[in-house]
Design a protein around this ligand. Structure first.
Ligand SMILES: Nc1nc2c(ncn2[C@@H]2O[C@H](COP(=O)(O)OP(=O)(O)OP(=O)(O)O)[C@@H](O)[C@H]2O)c(=O)[nH]1
Ligand SMILES: [Mg+2]
Length: 235
């Protein structure tokens, strides 16, 4: 697949995304593909509260997964440039269903998931949404990648380690995406990146490129769009 970069150069895009870009031209091409994908409309089309009520599988899907309050819904809004596409929480535990968003007429479907590890939720509720989330992660053939979000400000929790275990055991391709980097000092961010790298180093299901983002400042959003464009192109 080729694309013309903003500087007018035609480039062939590496199927594996930014981790496979061999030069600045390929990188610019991927970033441009990401920009174009999210310049087109992205709309909510389905909410699912049970694993037997999922929408039909029509194309590649990417799920946003992570602890309650990590910033999943905010990241979805930042990506699409729509402030209120996904509901952002004032209190944790806001997203209680699987919310499906169709981007660029179905080139890509994004799935906003309930968070895990929310201590205050009642046990039954927790089992309901978290069961739904894990069942979806394990058994959805069109799910091409899971973005596993990690809050830059918060230590890695046992629930995060459990999520990595689960994705690895189920052989679901996942990519770590650090969130809220606007709110940490550089040294703390570097420490967090090192810890996460060590945690996924031996996991074959883990994507080699870690994303570093802020929905507040837009840092890392073009790169995330580029990665998602690469997923969409593979179909
Ligand atoms: N500083 C900062 N705050 C953020 C960022 N992204 C999200 N937040 C805040 O974090 C809180 C939770 O954000 P959400 O996007 O609702 O998080 P979520 O992961 O969808 O939460 P649940 O649906 O409850 O699991 C909100 O108060 C956001 O304003 C960011 O990039 N920087
Ligand atoms: Mg949410």
């Amino acid at each position: 697949m080729t694309i013309t970069t903003p500087s007018g150069t035609p480039v062939t895009l590496p199927p594996g995304g930014l981790a496979e870009a061999v030069d600045d031209e390929q990188r610019a091409g991927l970033i441009e593909a990401g920009r174009l994908l999210f310049a087109r409309p992205c709309t909510f089309f389905y909410a699912s509260q049970a694993i037997n009520q999922l929408p039909p599988m029509t194309g590649p899907e990417v799920a946003f997964c992570g602890r309650s309050n990590v910033g999943k819904s905010s990241l979805l809004n930042a990506l699409t440039g729509q402030k209120a596409l996904a509901r952002v929480s004032v209190t944790p535990g806001r997203t209680r269903q699987l919310n499906f968003f169709r981007c660029d007429e179905g080139q890509l479907t994004l799935v906003d998931m309930p968070g895990y590890g929310y201590a205050k939720a009642s046990k039954t509720l927790k089992e309901d949404w978290q069961g739904l989330m894990f069942d979806f992660l394990r058994g959805r053939p069109t799910l091409r990648r899971v973005l596993l979000l990690m809050d830059a400000r918060v230590e890695i929790k046992p629930a995060d380690r459990a999520a990595i275990e689960l994705l690895s055991d189920a052989a679901v391709a996942f990519q770590i995406c650090i969130t809220k980097v606007d709110d940490v000092k550089k040294a703390q961010l570097e420490k967090r990146i090192k810890e996460l790298e060590a945690l996924v180093k031996k996991r074959t299901a883990a994507h080699p490129l870690m994303l570093v983002t802020s929905s507040e400042t837009g840092q890392g959003i073009p790169e995330l769009r580029a990665e998602l464009a690469a997923v969409a192109r593979l179909g």
